[in-house]
Design a protein around this ligand. Structure first.
Ligand SMILES: [Zn+2]
Length: 157
């Protein structure tokens, strides 16, 4: 499956200097990466791009939310997303140099697909434990879980 929106940025026609781009993110970006844990995703991305002679600096600002299931009660949980990430794109044929914040593109490249970066920035920005705030879980589910664990304790005795 392909993402609903395109994140391909044609930079070759851009003048040197600063530019700004806006993108929308929905769940299709994650489904395209075989991530199906989100019921809903709604984020907006602003990319501030500075084009220089031999490199480009990109600042990503991602804001919005994802909806997934709570690790504790299994009900729908909305997590706010608010991240800032920086990326430097260098035009060179080097490929053995690796760095989270620097990527190399061929000098003949004209387009960069930002989808992979946006996907990673959102994923890295999410908490590893995804639960409702204390007291906000579905009480019926919590009560059920408590009863099940009590029965298990009784069975052990
Ligand atoms: Zn919960």
């Amino acid at each position: 499956m392909k993402p609903k929106y395109s994140y391909e940025l044609n930079f070759v026609s851009l003048a040197l200097g600063k530019h700004e781009f806006n993108y929308k993110v929905d769940s299709s970006l994650f489904e395209a990466q075989d991530v199906s844990e989100f019921e809903d995703v709604n984020c907006s991305v602003i990319v501030y791009l500075e084009k220089q002679e031999r490199l480009m600096k990109l600042d990503f600002e991602i804001d919005g939310f994802v909806k997934t299931l709570c690790d504790r009660c299994g009900e729908s949980l909305q997590i706010m997303v608010s991240t800032e990430n920086n990326l430097v794109v260098r035009f060179a044929e080097e490929s053995d140099f690796t760095d989270d914040e620097v990527v190399f593109l061929s000098e003949t490249a004209s387009v960069i697909d930002l989808g992979q970066f946006i996907y990673e920035y959102v994923m890295v920005g999410l908490p590893t434990r995804r639960v409702h705030e204390e007291g906000k879980c579905d009480p019926a589910v919590l009560q059920y879980l408590e009863e099940v664990s009590e029965k298990e304790e009784d069975a052990d005795n």
